[in-house]
Design a protein around this ligand. Structure first.
Ligand SMILES: Cc1cc2nc3c(=O)[nH]c(=O)nc-3n(C[C@H](O)[C@H](O)[C@H](O)COP(=O)(O)OP(=O)(O)OC[C@H]3O[C@@H](n4cnc5c(N)ncnc54)[C@H](O)[C@@H]3O)c2cc1C
Length: 486
């Protein structure tokens, strides 16, 4: 059964007083950063500075029509993926790693709605998203602006497979029990094998050894160096290997692993040289990571399925209503390593550009020679300032994207000039050089491309990750400090 939640933009029922509808899909690092910044701007608060980009100055203006923001996510909360290697091996970190959206105070905002569901199909032409509810019903949301933050798909136990907090906690506690109860081999050793020597495999192996020192942890990697598929300096990879071994993990390089189930709960991991490891538990960290983008038309995606985002983080100009569609985080085809920090900053830029588009679309309601002070753009619905003639010609479409602006260029009341760009150009997100910080047990290893420096040690872990693999720092960076008290 299909039902419409919000009136479509070109519906006869829509009036000029309807709010702009922003749909954010995916509520993790990028999505929550986008939401927090949007709600901030909607309230007319000054934009936070961006570490990477010159942001347009929105002058604290509020939309005259108002803005309604909806988050769609298959999960019921913000999960700290960076902390998964800790949360999925240490019982005391499970619950705190998942914040239900309902419990995040900053999202208790009159202009915000959360919808739990799995996006199945997105039609940028009709500005309509079709999703499955948790009970499997197919439903539609119509929007005016989209911020897509659906990231990458990964297997359990690397990231949660559950969609709700309680199922997630049950899953994680079962997983941890498998590590704690790993069956001993003939020599009495309880062995846990991690297959895959990328960043995820390294962090899981090291956290298991740190949290369960009685367990013998072996990491098996098919190549002769760790992080073999990462575009990182050899010195960083070698230091990661040194620190991982120093933290007590047995590292086997240059061997493929074949996993078969042995008796009871044990597994046999057979290496290419014939060695058989009788493991009490195995975690496969080799799974291919794919972008969560199957719901998009193919022409918006590159050959690997990532969104071909512009520097402004809008969809490519060839896609319909491209200036109403933005993407941020891992889902974007972008330079550098996929990182949570990058996702946070990208979404800040995208959210600002969406708000700029909204304010500019209202600015287009004014004749260019009317000299209406920019401050009047923030008038509330109760005191509409738009001249009726100009308003009627814009009913049903508030876009200021390139196609729409070009179409309207002969209409004097809608002509854009330098005076109509009161906020400055849209923000642009720069190319990102490869950089990485790896939590490796009590230590961390980092590569800083700006200083061309590899660092490692206990103090590096403290600085980059704290005690919770960066959860507290992430919430602080999002301005959600008060969530720490919840
Ligand atoms: C184990 C591990 C350790 C990591 N460590 C670090 C680290 O130390 N530092 C670092 O910077 N980065 C690290 N990363 C990378 C970091 O986690 C990602 O870069 C980050 O999660 C990207 O954030 P995102 O918001 O773009 O996407 P994601 O975090 O992938 O979030 C996507 C969101 O979209 C939702 N979603 C997806 N598809 C749909 C759909 N069809 N319908 C509805 N909702 C959907 C998901 O439920 C999720 O909430 C690590 C990753 C892993 C797996």
């Amino acid at each position: 059964m299909s039902k419409s939640i919000i009136t479509p933009p070109d519906s006869p029922a829509r009036t000029d007083s309807h709010p702009h509808r922003i749909l954010v899909v995916g509520g993790s690092y990028a999505g929550v950063s986008g939401l927090v910044n949007l709600l901030h701007l909607i309230d007319g608060k000054p934009n936070r500075p961006s570490p990477t980009s010159t942001l347009p100055d929105l002058k604290g203006l509020k939309s005259r029509k108002g803005v309604q923001v909806t988050l769609l996510d298959r999960r019921d909360g913000f999960f700290h993926t960076v902390g998964a290697p800790l949360a999925h091996v240490s019982p005391s970190h499970v619950r705190s790693s998942w914040r239900t959206y309902r419990s995040i105070r900053a999202l208790r905002h009159p202009n915000f709605t959360f919808v739990q569901g799995y996006l199945k199909f997105l039609d940028p032409e009709s500005l309509r998203a079709t999703y499955l509810t948790p009970s499997g019903d197919e439903t539609c949301i119509e929007y005016d602006y989209l911020l897509l933050c659906t990231g990458l798909k990964r297997d359990w136990p690397i990231i949660p497979r559950a969609a709700d907090f309680h199922s997630y906690v049950a899953d994680a506690e079962r997983e941890i029990k498998k590590i704690q109860d790993a069956k001993a081999d003939a020599t009495g050793r309880r062995i846990v094998v991690i297959v895959g020597g990328g960043a995820v495999g390294i962090e899981f192996a090291a956290e298991i050894k740190l949290c369960h020192p009685h367990v013998h942890v072996t990491l098996v990697h098919s190549r002769h160096e760790l992080l073999s598929s990462e575009d990182m300096p050899a010195a960083f990879k070698q230091e990661s290997l040194r620190v991982l071994r120093h933290e007590g993990v047995d590292v086997v390089l240059g061997q493929r692993a074949c996993i078969t189930h042995g008796e009871g709960t044990s597994h046999i991991v057979t290496l290419s040289d014939g060695t058989a490891i009788h493991a009490g538990h195995v975690i496969n960290a080799t799974g291919k990571t794919l972008p969560s983008s199957a719901f998009l038309p193919a022409h918006i995606l590159d050959e690997h399925g990532f969104v071909k985002a512009e520097e402004t983080l809008s969809f490519p100009p060839s896609s319909p209503h491209h200036a109403r569609h933005y993407a941020a985080g891992d889902i974007c085809a972008w330079s550098g390593v996929k990182r949570a920090g990058t996702a946070l900053v990208m979404a800040h830029v995208a959210a600002t550009n969406i708000m700029r588009e909204i304010l500019l679309s209202e600015k287009l309601c004014y004749p260019s020679n009317s000299h209406i002070p920019i401050d009047e753009l923030s008038l509330h619905d109760t005191a509409p300032a738009t001249p009726p003639s100009a308003r009627s010609s814009l009913d049903g479409d508030n876009s200021s994207n390139h196609e729409d602006t070009a179409m309207n260029k002969n209409k004097p009341s809608q002509t854009k000039s330098a005076d109509d760009e009161p906020f400055g150009p849209a923000a642009r997100f720069p190319a990102v050089p490869p950089m990485m910080g790896l939590a490796v047990g009590r230590q961390a290893v980092s590569w800083n491309p700006y200083a061309a420096e590899t660092r490692s040690g206990v103090e590096v872990r403290e600085m980059l990750f704290g005690e919770d693999l960066g959860w507290r720092a992430t919430l602080k960076c999002l301005g959600l400090d008060e969530e720490l008290e919840v």
